[in-house]
Design a protein around this ligand. Sequence first.
Ligand code: NAG
Ligand code: NAG
Ligand code: ZN
Length: 447
Amino acid sequence: MGKPLSFNLLPLFFHCLLLLVSASPIQDEQSNIISRFQLYLQINTSQPSPDYHKSTQFLLSQSLSLSLESQVLEFVHRKPIVLLKWPGSDPSLPSILLNSHTDVVPSEHSKWLHPPFGSHIDEQGNIFARGSQDMKCVGMQYLEAVRKLKSSGFHPKRTLYISFVPDEEIGGFAGAQKLASSDVFKDMNVGIVLDEGLASPNENYRLFYGERAAWMLVIKSSGAPGHGAKLYDNSAMENLFMSIESIRRFRASQFDLVKAGVKAEGEVISFNMAFLKSGTPSPTGFVMNLQPSEAEAGFDIRIPPMANLESLEKRIAEEWAPASRNMTFEFRGKGILHDDLGRPLVTATDSSNPWWTLLEEAIKQANGKIGKPEIFPASTDARSFRLLGLPAIGFSPMANTPILLHDHNEFLNQAEYLKGIDVYESIIRAYTSYTSPGRHGDSRDEL
Ligand SMILES: *[C@@H]1O[C@H](CO)[C@@H](O)[C@H](O)[C@H]1NC(C)=O
Ligand SMILES: *[C@@H]1O[C@H](CO)[C@@H](O)[C@H](O)[C@H]1NC(C)=O
Ligand SMILES: [Zn+2]
């Protein structure tokens, strides 16, 4: 108890400080908002053993103060999903789901200027904490936006759900995936999902309409072993290195497109070597004068939804792991890129998707600027919802902010955080007020 208690006094201290500096009610309210954000940031939900008990208690207390309906779903033991509901006046309309994950990635404390769970605020107003960008900010902004809307007397037509899911950082199996495939989810009749995006170093917010899938490829080669002094063809090492050289050229060609500004990071296929394994072990390391008979390499490949998968698979089978060179390959994980009908898993970003248009307008109405829609370079929980055929958009309102997710000294400026709340207020207002011209009750009519 000793440690968390001393952490918890910190926001109180800043709160008092701000009270002394100014007594205006608006600034009071802003410091309360920041204090609540700090409390959430101070809960250690770091993988591999997140304190979900504490985060759940905190979120339920927030829900209570907002008079929202709440339930805790535990599809997997000790992996709670906190699901909050603001019922709309017309329950026949498909609902809105705002999703965020409660876990954060580990941090190397010694490399940080301020403790990763201290939520220290520096002179510039930067709030330092693991999760300040990814993505406790977004989860709290949803709640603060609801608080503002409620106090302004707003009543939603559509039902608004806010979900706080565990374990996104380790694949989302116990969290978003379980939620998306549950009967509870079916009953929610969700029409649109918002989930996380990325910070933007410039003034434009970033919106993500799809994401790259991960393929974990292992290629293996074999060949005749031989004396380390002998030059001969078709050794396992030579066979593997021919592939590695070719893969590296492909990697460079993709990276060149990004460097030249022709394509965004999420639009190219990335290849990165994860391991390289060979050699004949000896008591002191490896036998040095022997060319081994087996070698293998593992690659983390990230593929955009619009990539030509047939041509990629062909290259793997014919160029990078050809049987003719005594090579084999296998996938240790192969992310899905298409739905059951073979269509890329992307959400439409034009007028065919009213949720897209509404989102753009709502952000602009809150004085936010928007960049070109992007493909998320890595994976998020949004994938679980797109797989169901639902539109899902990734958005974390952080402009003029360096991208520090998973990095040391992750921070978010408090002014930027407050601005994001206004943006969500505008989005929630627009989304929950929207009634499609067509029939009610069938989300497919609206897509
Ligand atoms: C947070 O929890 C992780 C375990 O998941 C632990 O390694 C780390 O030391 C904790 N950090 C603090 C500040 O207590
Ligand atoms: C395949 O492996 C066999 C047996 O190790 C070897 O004799 C042959 O030269 C290899 N062929 C190629 C193309 O690498
Ligand atoms: Zn995240």
